[in-house]
Design a protein around this ligand. Sequence first.
Ligand SMILES: [Zn+2]
Length: 549
Amino acid sequence: MRTFDCVLANGRIIDGCGNPWFWGDLGIQEGRVAEIAPPGKLQGKQTLEMGGRFVSPGFIDVHTHSDLSILVNRRAESAVRQGVTTQVIGNCGMSPAPVDETHLSDMQHYWGDISEQPEVTWSWRTFEQYLQALEGGGLAINVASLAGHAALRMAAMGLEERSPTLLELEKMKKLLSEAMEAGAFGLSTGLVYPPGCYAGTEEIVALCQVVKRYGGLYASHIRGERETILEAVAEAIQIGRESGIPVQISHNAPKYGAPCDATANLRLVEEARAQGQDVTVDNDVHTDLAPALVDGLPQHLQELPEAEIQALLRDPKARRQIREEIVADRKPAFGPSGLLKHGQWQRITILHAPRTPDEVGKTVAALAGERGGDPFETYFDLIVENGRAVEAIFDYIDEANIHILLQHPAVMISSDGQVLAPYGFLNDPPPYSPCSYGEFPGVLERYVREVPVLSLEEAIRKMTSFPAQRFGLWQRGVLRPGAWADIVVFDLQRLHDRATNLAPHLYPFENYPHRYPEGIDYVFVNGVMVIDPEGHTAVLPGQVLRQGK
Ligand SMILES: [Zn+2]
């Protein structure tokens, strides 16, 4: 009888394809799932008794921003602790490569404080060099990367608010084909952020035609997810149609200010699919986000140094103009700005305010009441007083839309978070990122076990085989002999997300700072145990995945 490296015995196995669970033993050998058999049939050098716990493919998170944070924390704590074994980075147009000498400081400014961490060496210039930097020190999880449109554009033309010249577009195409050759999985855009918001549809189509040569996809944070959501979904679909590549619409919940619920944007996706176009969607299940207050300002101000922003906001005339621009929203700004546009100040709760700490936990509406002023003015005053450091929780998504998206077969689950850890730089000050710590266990706890919005097997499909299929990771996301042994073992009854914070956000905030979830007992990456019941084993068996290789 064959002896496997490790046997997971007496588990309830979920294959990842949506099929009902079954009782079985699973044998791991040399990084792969070697055999699956009825209970009691397999023998291992190490045998772990599952006692009926669920054995599932590791979760694949297709929408993250861990590009730099995973260099700071190669153990990928917040990801692997929730059962994530593969992350896709380079989303929303933002990848830290390619970058050239001329625009290096723009790029560093773009990524903020993390740019200055010692682990973030900026020793790379090309996309391939960045992938090698990722690989160099080892990673606890697998990583696949998209090439970010903002990086290409910055390298070709800086942060200019105009269309590229022919020469500049050629340069972007050249850099993109280099990235695709290195193993990028496609192109991502962030069409509400600078400089992505300065790009026209034709520019993106031209770049996607390059992606087509390599068999990649187009992933987009579309051009507005509120008032313009339907036009923006239509644009993403048009880009896919004209360039002939699959489209992944990122975190596509309508945000406050949208004229419709999620059935309307999903209908556009269904229509495109009915005509033979491969369009899919991902979404995370949190209804809030906690950006810096400056991120709510018009795009052209966001890249200014803090002191300049504060000076502008001290000038009454400039302040009036900025306010007018926010309300007009001519270049649709990111989701949370809708709360400013529509005066929803009671939905904005202060999270960090280092120079006015007594205001933490209060809404902008309440603060305006205390200060005896107009809430818009209070919002600006908070930035003048605290600079970039002032952050707030913006409640900007309706829970009903989360349910609609979760139940749609073409929607997979992503976190839109990043690798974090409750220690070191990544916790200073503690970021508000429940999705980074609890997305996947949270879905299983709240939307499968407590309120059955979807079945366990369907939820797992949306976290495993479906995202694997989307990115062509054919050896992952399923439990079948031959597949890589990326595996998570969990106890559904004990699963508990300790990174929640449900509205209304009363201070002190619930489960904040965030902690790791409970009930994720084992996580294997490429057959190696990264999480056991004691915690992280400190091994780094992850791979940098390259498309087509
Ligand atoms: Zn985004």
